[in-house]
Write a protein that binds this ligand. Structure first.
Ligand code: HEC
Ligand code: HEC
Length: 314
């Protein structure tokens, strides 16, 4: 608010209140008078219809006085007169911040009972899994799907197949620190034919055949170029996030054209780090929830609940 704007509002408000007080003073002549049936305002309508000039009722006058006093006190305590902040220094922002802080403290208190538990313990605690499910829907569902089922490029978290390792510590590490998978592009190094060879070898690992390429030549190229990351048996490497290529679980699609594109053009995926924003306890709750998605029986209650909540938010 500019000083000119502030002064304008102060003058306008004070003049209004002063006007109201003046009106009260002017009306004081009415004090003590009782209703008359003779004094009129002098206005006449329809020849004989006149307006009586009676004093205002007492209760009305008092209401008026109380309103003026209330206004004065309010303007002294609260912001209202231009840039004057009021003696209570109240502000809507301050009130909002205080409520937020109180809310955050309440949530921290409710989380504190999970802080000392391990991910493994939390994954058997239905209250912890509920909290984890809410955190998942708010922080992870946009990429992994509300049921954790994933999408091309975003891993399915419910299938028990892990790029970066599926033990509690590895999953918690993935969520806390984030992960970045880098698959280089090979079209330049291998040429079209070479890519086809490797493609026929890779799909051959699962007993699939394509009409192009030579699997033997592909096997040689694979041994030269790919084993460093995907391993000699093509079962992947959780230290690099290199997927197992010998099973039918695909991150970027398992059709022959999709696998060919993975090899020729390369792929990459970034799982963002969450430790800074969510803190250790929430990361543990999320890891427990994520593990419960692919765990058997004892946590099926929470999983059924998750499916319901997912349907609501989809
Ligand atoms: C530097 C390590 C590295 C090398 C070398 C490498 N890859 Fe990969 N590859 C990866 C990583 C990491 C991913 C996962 C990419 C992601 O996270 O999106 C991947 C993904 C893939 C995929 C997609 C898998 C899926 O589930 O969709 C295929 C297919 C693949 N690689 C084949 C190969 C072949 C064939 C070679 C050799 C010509 C090769 N890779 C060499 C690291 C590597
Ligand atoms: C911006 C999108 C995005 C968000 C948000 C996100 N993720 Fe991910 N996440 C990914 C991608 C992409 C990968 C795969 C990284 C790669 O290619 O190796 C991944 C990988 C993972 C993995 C490893 C899966 C495996 O097979 O090893 C886990 C576990 C995971 N995310 C859990 C979570 C959780 C829990 C949250 C919420 C706190 C979350 N993610 C939020 C994109 C996201």
């Amino acid at each position: 608010m500019t000083p000119g704007h502030s002064i304008f509002i102060i003058v306008l408000t004070v003049a209004n209140v002063a006007g109201a007080v003046w009106l009260l003073w002017w009306m004081r002549r009415a004090r003590g008078q009782t209703t008359t049936l003779t004094e009129t305002t002098g206005h006449v309508w329809d020849e004989d219809l006149v307006e009586l000039n009676n004093p205002l009722p007492r209760w009305w006058l008092w209401l008026f006085i109380i309103t003026v006093i209330f206004g004065g006190v309010y303007l002294a305590l609260y912001p209202g007169l231009g840039a004057w902040k009021g003696t209570l220094a109240w502000s809507s922002r301050g009130e909002h911040d205080a409520q937020r802080a109180a809310n955050a403290a309440r949530i921290e208190r409710s989380l504190s009972r999970f802080a000392a538990l391990s991910v493994a313990d939390l994954s058997h605690d239905s209250a912890a899994l509920n909290a984890g499910r809410n955190l998942f829907l708010n922080n992870c569902a946009a990429c992994h799907g509300s049921d954790g089922g994933g999408a091309p490029g975003y891993p399915n978290l419910t299938d028990g197949d892990w790029l970066w390792g599926g033990d509690p510590a590895a999953v918690a590490m993935t969520i806390a620190e984030g992960r970045q998978g880098v698959m280089p592009a090979w079209s330049a190094a291998l040429g079209n034919e070479g890519v086809d060879d490797v493609l026929s070898y890779v799909l051959g690992l699962q007993g699939r055949r394509v009409d192009v390429g030579n699997p033997q030549a592909g096997a040689e190229k694979f041994a030269q170029l790919c084993v460093a990351c995907h391993g000699a048996d093509a079962r992947g490497n959780p230290l690099l996030g290199a997927p197992n290529l010998s099973d039918p679980v695909w991150l970027h699609g398992g059709s022959a054209p999709a696998v060919r594109a993975s090899i020729a053009d390369g792929r990459g995926g970034k799982m963002p780090a969450h430790a800074g924003r969510l803190g250790e306890t929430r990361v543990k709750l999320l890891a427990a929830y994520v593990l419960s998605l692919s765990a058997p029986a004892d946590v099926t209650v929470a999983r059924a609940g998750a499916a319901d909540a997912g349907a609501d938010t989809r």
